[in-house]
Design a protein around this ligand. Structure first.
Ligand code: PEP
Length: 255
């Protein structure tokens, strides 16, 4: 019922020349089934967005592009920031917000995430809202409370119609870039709690329509077990999205 999504978060990897090569390698592996049966998204660094989009447009490859972050103001004296109209003009249809690296390394708060999500929705883009707990929170036994509070904060003041276009990515911090994946059961338990929170906020119909992704060392060896879970609708993938063959295998697991 929900269309699966596989989104690659390239993080701070790939110069323009490298991004063009990787996008071309992906485009070469693309078949129409990818777009018909899933939403496939790549999220390169800002400077790579336009070159990546150009490759995809030239090849008529239906892979969407998204940014990894955005600022909530449309323009002005915000040195170093990038706005929603800027990424929209390039052709971005998605944007990651609240990635744990932004929260941990750059001090992004729940309020910032909420402002960014609202700005994206107002501009017609779909936010991919990242949430996830540290190992300390998991060990404390308060994962669901912590993650669901992040969801509530991210969606504060967003109505059901707008929420429906949003995607939530559950990414346990201890599993990101560590090679340590959450078991399918661990990931499913939190994704189910996220969907229950969305149901409280927006009702069952909306929550059943929204995609909840898993992220954290997803790779071709563990994707099947994760995708088999009823509340996991796809992946937000870092390391494995930097190799066209492995990303293509992750996409195939969604079809
Ligand atoms: C991520 O950064 O969103 C991520 C899940 O990274 P990795 O797949 O490398 O753990």
């Amino acid at each position: 019922m929900r269309k699966p999504m596989m989104a690659g978060n390239w993080k701070m990897n790939n110069t323009v020349a490298e991004a063009v090569v990787l996008t071309q390698e992906l485009s070469n592996r693309y078949t129409d089934a990818w777009a018909d049966r899933a939403d496939v998204v790549i999220c390169p660094p800002f400077v790579d967005l336009k070159p990546a989009k150009t490759v995809l447009e030239f090849d008529k490859t239906r892979i969407a592009i998204g940014a990894q972050d955005v600022y909530w103001e449309p323009k002005g004296a915000f040195t170093g920031e990038i706005s929603v109209p800027m990424i929209k003009e390039i052709g971005c249809t998605y944007c990651i917000v609240g990635h744990s690296e932004r929260r941990e390394l750059f001090g992004e708060t729940n309020e910032d995430v909420n402002r960014k999500a609202k700005a994206l929705i107002a501009g017609g883009l779909a936010p991919i809202v990242c949430v996830g707990e540290s190992l300390a929170v998991r060990d404390e036994g308060t994962t669901n409370e912590y993650v669901c509070a992040q969801v509530r904060a991210a969606f504060a003041g967003i109505d059901a119609t707008d929420a429906k276009v949003c995607v939530v990515a559950y990414e346990p911090i201890w599993a990101i870039g560590t090679g340590r994946t959450a078991t399918p059961e661990q990931a499913e338990a939190v994704c189910a709690a996220i969907r229950a929170t969305l149901a409280e906020l927006y009702g069952a119909d909306v929550s059943e329509a929204m995609r909840v992704l898993y992220g954290g060392s997803m790779n071709p060896g563990n994707v099947e077990g994760l995708m088999a879970q009823p509340n996991i609708d796809g992946g937000l993938v870092g390391g494995a999205s930097l190799d066209a063959t492995s990303f293509a295998e992750l996409v195939k697991a969604c079809l």
